[in-house]
Design a protein. Structure first.
Lengths: 259, 125
């Protein structure tokens, strides 16, 4: 059976109602605070998102800059390498020119035949790289080569070589400088086994002699471009220098004869 | 104030070699002193106090190895770097050079770049 309401009940209901109302207000207040925090967080997230986007853009730009700088660096390195190579080439050309200048200067710095022969020896020994050489002069009748001097060749090469005989004679006959590999070839004449170069000395196109170069120094394996240039220089300048010593000798003799 | 030029004593009896060395080294702005044999080299090393000696092996009067050994035996010249210029590149010749007290060697025909590189190394450049 239902219990009738009394004054206590009414007070209880009112109390419950008041507490419920307060609870609801608190909930609404909490809800408002949460909504406010959420709004603040959303705003913060939006800011952060914009910052992330900005940072990403900056990173992309930096990556592009880096890639561009890497390309520039590679290009500069390539250019640097090219310039280094060019520098070495120029230095080598300078050294070669210095060699040719020294050789020319030494050949034409004297009118004494022995000094010219010594200059040829020094050029071959110090600039080409051989301590074994022989210098032949063409006999006035043009039929043979006569040994002017030989240095370091053992046994001494023949005193006379007929034009066209052997490699040295052939070089004089053809008027051409020949370079050879040292060889044990039995077809070679015994004194030509170690022959590495025959440089034809020419004056106005006429063969005046042959510079025969034999074994190279141990550290020199073969002739290079500079050696060929030195041989070209020796071919004309050594011939001229030797001819000048003869002229000078003749002039001195004529002056002496005149008293 | 500009650096004082380094002084190099060139020792060789060959005019061709001396001229070649002078052409290579003048370009690099060194002060050069010349001697034509081992005895002259010893005298000039004492008088001129070079920073480095570039010396041929085969010379009249006194050869490079003998001069090198003498320079090493004297307090005043003991510390000077000596680079020998040798015709022979074989091990025996090189060992003989080091035994005489040389610092290094180069072989003929002289390569200008190699010579400059070795000089700069010993001159601390």
């Amino acid at each position: 059976m239902k219990k009738p309401h009394d004054g206590n009940d009414a007070s209880y209901v009112q109390k419950v109602s008041q507490e419920t109302n307060r609870y609801v207000r608190d909930l609404l207040a909490d809800n408002e605070r949460v909504r406010s925090v959420a709004a603040a967080l959303e705003a913060e997230v939006a800011v952060l998102r914009r910052e992330v986007d900005a940072a990403r853009s900056a990173m992309e730009r930096r990556a592009q800059d880096e890639a561009r700088m890497r390309r520039q660096l590679a290009s500069l390195e390539h250019e640097g390498g090219r310039l280094s190579e060019r520098y070495l080439e120029v230095e080598e050309q300078n050294a070669n020119l210095a060699n040719l200048y020294v050789a020319s200067y030494r050949l034409h710095g004297t009118l004494d035949r022995d000094d010219v022969l010594e200059a040829i020896r020094e050029i071959v020994a110090n600039l080409v790289g051989s301590e074994q050489l022989a210098i032949y002069s063409t006999r006035p009748d043009g039929g043979a080569l006569e040994l002017a001097t030989s240095i370091g060749v053992v046994p001494e090469p023949p005193a006379t070589i007929a034009i066209g005989h052997g490699l040295i004679g052939a070089s004089a006959r053809d008027g051409k400088t020949y370079l050879f590999e040292p060889s044990g070839d039995p077809d070679r004449l015994p004194h030509e086994r170690d022959l590495t170069a025959c440089v034809v000395l020419k004056l106005d196109g006429v063969v005046t002699g042959v510079l025969a170069i034999f074994r190279l120094l141990p550290q020199k394996s073969s002739f290079g471009a500079l050696d060929r240039e030195l041989f070209d220089l020796l071919a004309t300048h050594a011939a001229t220098a030797l001819f000048c010593t003869e002229l000078a000798g003749t002039a001195v003799a004529q002056r002496s004869a005149r008293g | 104030m500009p650096d004082k030029k380094k002084k190099i004593l060139l020792v060789d009896d060959s005019k061709t070699v001396l001229m070649m060395e002078q052409m290579i080294l003048n370009k690099a702005a060194y002060e050069l002193v010349i001697a034509n044999d081992g005895r002259q080299a010893i005298a000039k090393a004492n008088d001129e106090h070079p920073d480095l000696i570039l010396m041929d092996v085969m010379m009249p009067e006194m050869g490079g190895f003998e001069a090198c050994a003498h320079l090493r035996s004297v307090e005043a010249t003991r510390g000077i770097p000596i680079i020998m210029v040798t015709t022979r590149g074989e091990a025996e010749s090189i060992e003989k050079g080091y035994a005489s007290g040389c610092s290094d060697y180069i072989t003929k025909p002289i390569n200008g770049m190699e010579l400059l590189s070795k000089l700069k190394n010993y001159l601390g450049e």
